[in-house]
Design a protein around this ligand. Structure first.
Ligand SMILES: N[C@@H](CCC(=O)N[C@@H](CS)C(=O)NCC(=O)O)C(=O)O
Length: 233
């Protein structure tokens, strides 16, 4: 039995982490039985990050490695039917959203002082007041260090939105009027694009990033279609 460890639900998604939602979609659509373990604490994970998949003695950290594992262990091909060129475009979309858009989402939730209060209430509302405040501030410090270290956090929220708007417009152009990025059925890139676009749109108050996604009805319909089609029910 596969065991997938993820962060708890949040921002109207089955996990507050879009990487975890991606992994959940990969596992759900692998055709294998699985169970989900939810934890708010990634410290015991091999790379101190979630998601992590376990299969017998195999422990697979990182959603990319989880995909590789599922594809080799169970003879799944999430890009079945795609040409070599489509597979290459798919890989580029995945990298762009996971390594660029992600940091703008991360910054929106964790770095902006105004947004932080809301994020804290979504992720940590069951912590005791005094000690909870200390722990959450430490976790936030680590998050902000990662976001500024990567570079996205050095841009203002408006500059960040201007950068990711071009990525999001590129995804919208590739989608065109198709139901999914490469045709009538979902493929690997959709398992990233839907959770990451949903995460970008989901912050409960309006931000420059939420506006970029929410102002595009075609993408909002795509997110809803993806959730209906390949999220666990
Ligand atoms: N490349 C990893 C990224 C996973 C990742 O960044 N997970 C974040 C949550 S979205 C995490 O576990 N953060 C915990 C931390 O940095 O302390 C993947 O694809 O799984």
């Amino acid at each position: 039995m596969l065991k997938l460890t993820i962060f708890p639900e949040g921002f109207n998604e089955p996990s507050g982490s879009p990487f975890a939602v991606k992994a959940l979609c990969l596992v759900e659509n692998s055709g294998q039985p699985y169970e989900v373990i939810v934890t708010p604490d990634p410290r015991k994970a091999p790379k101190q990050k979630l998601p992590v998949l376990e299969h017998g003695a195999n422990v697979i950290p990182d959603s990319d490695q989880i995909r590789d594992y599922l594809e080799s262990a169970f003879d799944v091909d999430y890009d079945k039917g795609l040409s070599d060129e489509q597979r290459a475009v798919s890989r580029s979309i995945i990298r762009m959203l996971e390594e660029h858009l992600y940091f703008a989402i991360y910054s929106d939730r964790w770095q902006d002082d105004g947004n932080w209060a809301l994020t804290k209430s979504i992720y940590f509302n069951d912590m005791p007041p005094v000690i909870g405040g200390f722990i959450t501030n430490q976790i936030r410090k680590g998050a902000v260090a990662q976001i500024t270290g990567q570079g996205m956090g050095r841009h203002s929220p408006t500059e960040q939105a201007t950068r990711v708007e071009k990525d999001i417009a590129a995804v919208e152009t590739i989608l065109g009027d198709k139901p999914f990025l490469f045709g009538d059925t979902p493929s690997g890139a959709d398992y990233t694009a839907v959770p990451f676009l949903a995460a970008a749109a989901a912050f409960p108050s309006e931000t420059p990033i939420t506006t970029v996604v929410q102002s595009r009805p075609n993408l909002m319909a795509y997110i809803a279609r993806g959730k209906d089609t390949f999220y666990p029910k």
